[in-house]
Design a protein around this ligand. Structure first.
Ligand code: GDP
Ligand code: MN
Length: 378
């Protein structure tokens, strides 16, 4: 499957507005025009839902209060994510909250429109029978009866039904024209004065189609751990499960094999790091890599599984030794190493006396890590 570019809410809204969908007036806190004043909403820009519940959505009486709130939110942690941008927009007087989305359904192999009268909450928590689904065969295209069926199903009639149908049509067009995998408006607010406005936007674009959209960003998205890994020139992937094993490997193949093997052995994986040539930067870099794994993923065990054909293992061993010296919490029983390749003996000698278990073969190393992790969990 191709990879996705997830947009922040403010980027998603700009994309929707470009497709003729109604959004509230708004701006990033750093670019606030004077005219944006009065009752406002202050919104943390992170790529996770449920910001409302997590404290990432705040209501301000005026511009001054909104900017002060933005200052508090900016740079803070919302769940796993550092808030790097804050979006401020006019506050809507919402009468009802709907859910409306267009997405590519992998099972059906075609776009689907989803709608629900129970908007404003995560769609996963809405009962399936309360979600209307309208597949759209791309060869036929979106037909008026399809959106009218959705509007009726939501209990809309008259002018609101007409407006809703127009919005659903534009959302479908946005999905197709932007090569998106998902365009979701939740909530689609029906205001007290009878307008529909996209109060939130979640957009995921197909990265493989980026060439058809010059100027489209390919900004990295990821958790704090994944972004820090990127800053160290390594590839980090977090599973979301804390307190398991973090495995450090060289090469994508060994990384995938290690992940598979650990999981097959019943191990729990908190994350993987592919060194991606980072050992060229010396032992300090290896130490820094171990540090972010410790701090961000809280693993019970770190498995360093390295097979170098042409590169010395000494840098790895020195990096591990450095990390053990620098981080007292990294005790020998939290580490399992597998070192195979150039200068194996020299590498082992560096760690001699450290108490760390060093394997030479792949299978026993993975099994050793799983066993160690189970023991460390107690
Ligand atoms: P999410 O929690 O990350 O999905 O963030 P949303 O942008 O969807 O906001 C969460 C909730 O805050 C919405 O479902 C609304 O109930 C409320 N909300 C957001 N914007 C406004 C607004 O302009 N006016 C009012 N009254 N409520 C808002
Ligand atoms: Mn939302």
């Amino acid at each position: 499957m191709s990879s996705l570019i997830k947009l922040f809410e403010f980027e998603g809204k700009a994309l929707l507005a470009g497709c003729g969908l109604p959004i509230p007036a708004g701006a990033l806190s750093t670019e606030m025009p004077d005219a944006l004043d009065g009752a406002l909403v202050v919104k943390a820009q992170v790529l996770a839902g449920g910001r409302g519940k997590a404290g990432g959505i705040r209501f301000a009486r005026d511009r001054g209060e909104a900017l002060a709130m933005a200052g508090e939110i900016q740079g803070s942690l919302l769940g796993e994510n550092v808030v790097e941008a804050v979006y401020i927009e006019e506050r809507l007087d919402i009468a009802r909250e709907f859910y409306l989305a267009a997405l590519v359904d992998r099972d059906l192999g075609m776009p689907v429109l989803l709608a629900s009268a129970e908007g404003g909450v995560e769609i996963e928590s809405v009962a399936p029978e309360k979600i209307l689904r309208q597949p759209v065969d791309p060869l036929i295209g979106l037909q008026p009866f399809m959106v009218e069926r959705l509007a009726r199903g939501l209990g809309l009639s008259g002018e609101p039904a007409k407006e809703f149908s127009a919005i659903a049509g534009r959302l479908y067009e946005a999905l197709v024209s932007q090569d998106a995998e998902l365009v979701e408006i939740n909530p689609l607010a029906l205001t007290v004065d009878g307008r529909f406005v996209a109060a939130d936007a979640k957009v995921a674009l197909d990265e493989d189609a980026a060439f058809r959209h010059p100027g489209r960003r390919a900004k990295p998205a990821g958790t704090a751990f994944e972004l820090e890994a990127r800053d160290l020139d390594v590839i980090g992937v977090e599973t979301g499960e804390k307190g398991g094993i973090v495995a450090v490997m060289n090469g994508a193949g060994l990384t995938m094999a290690t992940l598979d093997e650990v999981l097959a052995l019943g191990g729990r994986m908190s994350g993987v790091i592919e060194l991606h040539g980072a050992m060229m930067n010396g032992p300090e870099r290896i130490c820094d890599i171990i540090e972010i794994a410790l701090r961000r993923l809280e693993p019970v065990t770190i498995l360093v599984n390295i097979h170098f054909q042409f590169r010395s293992l000494v840098t790895i061993a020195e990096g591990v030794a450095l990390a053990m010296k620098r981080f007292p919490e990294l005790t020998a029983d939290r580490l399992v190493l597998r070192l195979r390749g150039e200068e194996e003996e020299e590498a082992r000698a560096i760690l001699a006396g450290s108490g760390v278990t060093i394997f030479r073969d792949f299978g026993p190393a993975c099994a050793g890590a799983v066993e160690r992790a189970a023991a460390n969990r107690g």
